[in-house]
Design a binder for this molecule. Structure first.
Ligand SMILES: Cc1cc2nc3c(=O)[nH]c(=O)nc-3n(C[C@H](O)[C@H](O)[C@H](O)COP(=O)(O)O)c2cc1C
Length: 181
């Protein structure tokens, strides 16, 4: 597959097969993905590969949030869906008091995230980048094990072998491109 094919064919995956993706493949994907542009070479990303205990704790935290907002029935459906996700990775970015640096560091992490998703797509592995409410909670930081004074989440990345690949559209390029003289 050419890089263009991988970019065009990658889709966010919402349902995964049960089979687990080996940690070694995820580590290799991260090792490569870090070769992303990052201003001043800050390498501001941190990765947390979650095990079953952390996954269960996050599912419970999310269930409590959903129960409050939408009731027990919806929470139970979400918990079942989340429990079926085989792979969980969290990426955080180091916090900075300098607004420009913070933006640039977040941008660098987003480059890593896209590299990660494209690398895995080529290997037949799908990813969903999520930033649901639970990801921003203090309980989430505690469960994952990062200091929320020093790092903030970029996302929770669910990954696995795709059960189904959906379709997506993009607006015509002309809607967003202007040639400037
Ligand atoms: C920063 C960020 C956060 C996202 N958070 C969520 C999310 O919480 N839930 C979700 O279903 N998709 C989430 N997505 C995935 C987008 O919905 C998805 O990329 C978009 O629908 C386009 O689909 P595609 O990735 O298949 O092209 C997120 C994407 C980004 C870049």
């Amino acid at each position: 597959m050419s890089i263009a094919d991988i970019i065009l064919n990658r889709r966010t995956i919402h349902t995964f097969k049960k089979e687990k993706v080996p940690d070694t493949l995820i580590e290799e994907a991260l090792r490569t993905s870090r070769w992303a542009p990052n201003h001043y070479l800050t390498e501001p990303w941190r990765f947390y590969l979650l095990g079953d205990q952390a996954k269960s704790a996050i599912i419970e935290e999310n269930s409590a949030l959903i129960t409050c907002a939408k009731g027990e029935h919806v929470a139970a459906i979400k918990s079942r869906r989340w429990s079926a996700v085989p792979g969980w990775l969290v990426m955080t970015v180091l916090k900075s008091h300098d607004e420009k640096k913070q933006l640039e560091d977040y941008a660098a992490c987003c480059c890593v995230a896209q590299n990660f998703m494209l690398y895995l797509w080529e290997q037949g592995v799908g990813v969903k980048w999520t930033t649901g409410e639970v990801v921003s909670t203090i309980e989430f930081a505690q469960t994952v094990g990062f200091d929320s004074d020093a790092e903030r989440p970029v996302g929770l990345f669910w990954y696995g072998f795709p059960e189904q690949v959906g379709t997506q559209m993009r607006k015509p390029l002309e809607d967003s491109l202007q040639h400037v003289l």
